[in-house]
Design a protein around this ligand. Structure first.
Ligand SMILES: Cc1ncc(COP(=O)(O)O)c(C=O)c1O
Length: 411
């Protein structure tokens, strides 16, 4: 068999294995803008699986800012930030983000995925140790693997297990060989230890116990990084994220977040000390070796932050809907796992069953995705519901009744 044919054969086999296991994925086509109701195959449905939590993706002020920016700066940025792609909107967005987060500085990345792989692999390397929650997002896992540091994953939010791993590492330097230690970029210096956690967990909707984690980070001399992709602009009295939610004021915690979810825009940031940002500008490969964001994307981000600062009632609208919806699901006896936020899973179990329920809901005008392995652990396939601040209450009532009835039909 020619090599090319062998590949085609492998693709076919693998795709049919995925189909048999109920794990095959395909793309749904959304017609029109990201609104609470969208068209799929020409039919209007209520969308319950968008991360556009604050409903800003199609906001007139954001569109206006983007258009004005295109008129002034054109579309493309032409190069990476360190070459000639560092334009005024990039700088302005970073200053705005740092002000919002209350940190010395911020740095914009092209996406949350870019941010995580770049930050983590710049912070730690061979001979270092990372402690990562088992349910952290795939981009964190990929960043950890790319760094070549030793990866110790602790069971979801299990502080006892995290502390035990930290103690073991203190005692035995955790199996790092002398060769590893010599190979360390900072030979003769102690190994670097990084604890990393999602703020809001992306598939479970619960919140990391960040206060406890930060106590452990201090006790065991670790750097702590939190991924606030789903928490920024949602959690905390001013929407500043997980630290604000817990009242933590610690400038040493590295905060990463995204602009593509609650903010309805695109891109990501890391906020922290000036030294950290200067270090990442020099070391984060996913920042250095890629064309920078189009300036219009940054202008849109700035306009979105303005909206959120001027109109906190939008965030309150989201939380009102979250409380109403989760209460309704729970009262119907559905398992919403440990969700505390706008991400509300309904645990189903088998992948195939989750897909069949999702299809049946689509027939009834509700678009919610079935989330299956490898995104979530085996046997925990679920419907992942996400709410938006501009969902109408009538739509949510209809969705609630339909979901209750449909899940019950598949019991
Ligand atoms: C926790 C978390 N981190 C990072 C990312 C990646 O962000 P982006 O979509 O901007 O690449 C996601 C995206 O789903 C996420 O859920």
């Amino acid at each position: 068999m020619r090599e090319r044919d062998a590949f085609a054969y492998y693709f076919e086999q693998e795709l049919s294995r995925l189909k048999d296991a109920g794990l095959y994925r395909s793309l749904s086509l959304i017609q029109g803008a990201q609104e609470p109701r969208v068209a799929i195959n020409g039919r209007e449905v209520i969308i319950l699986c968008s991360n556009n939590y604050l409903g800003l993706a199609n906001h007139p002020k954001i569109k206006e800012a983007a258009i004005k920016s295109i008129e002034k700066y054109g579309f493309g940025s032409g190069a990476s930030r360190l070459v000639s792609g560092n334009m005024e909107p990039h700088r302005e967005l970073e200053e705005r983000l740092a002000r919002f987060k209350g940190t010395e500085a911020a740095l914009v990345f092209n996406s949350g995925y870019h941010a995580n792989i770049g930050i983590i692999s710049a912070l730690v390397g061979k001979g270092d140790v990372i402690f990562s929650d088992k349910l952290n997002h795939a981009s964190i896992v990929d960043g950890c693997l790319l760094s070549k540091a030793e990866l110790k994953r602790y069971p979801h939010c299990d502080m006892d297990r995290l502390e035990r791993l930290l103690q073991e590492t203190e005692k035995g330097r955790s199996g790092a060989t002398e060769k590893d230690l010599t190979a360390h970029q900072f030979a003769n210096s102690p190994i670097r230890k990084l604890i990393i956690t999602d703020g809001i967990f992306s598939m479970d909707g619960d919140i990391a116990p960040l206060q406890d984690i930060s106590v452990l980070a201090d006790k065991y001399n670790c750097v702590l990084m939190v991924d606030d992709a789903h928490a920024t602009w949602v959690l905390g009295i001013n929407g500043k994220g997980t630290l604000e939610h817990f009242g933590i004021d610690n400038p040493d915690i590295i905060q990463m977040g995204t602009l593509g979810k609650a903010l309805g825009c695109f891109g990501a940031y890391v906020a922290g000390s000036r030294k950290l940002i200067d270090y990442l500008i020099n070391k984060a490969r996913s920042f250095i070796y890629t064309t920078s964001l189009p300036p219009t994307v940054c202008a849109a981000g700035i306009a979105a932050i303005d909206i959120i600062e001027d109109e906190p009632q939008i965030r309150q609208g989201l939380w009102d809907r979250v409380k109403f919806f989760r209460k309704g699901l729970k009262e119907a006896g559905l398992n919403t796992m440990q969700s505390e936020t706008q991400i509300i899973p309904i645990l189903i179990g088998e992948a195939d069953k989750a897909v069949r329920i999702s299809r049946s809901l689509l027939d009834k005008g509700i678009f919610v995705q079935a989330i299956r392995p490898p995104t979530v652990p085996e046997g925990t396939s679920r419907l992942r519901i996400t709410l938006m601040a501009n969902h109408s209450l009538d739509d949510l009532k209809y969705a609630l009744d339909t979901i209750k009835e449909t899940v019950a039909n598949f019991a």
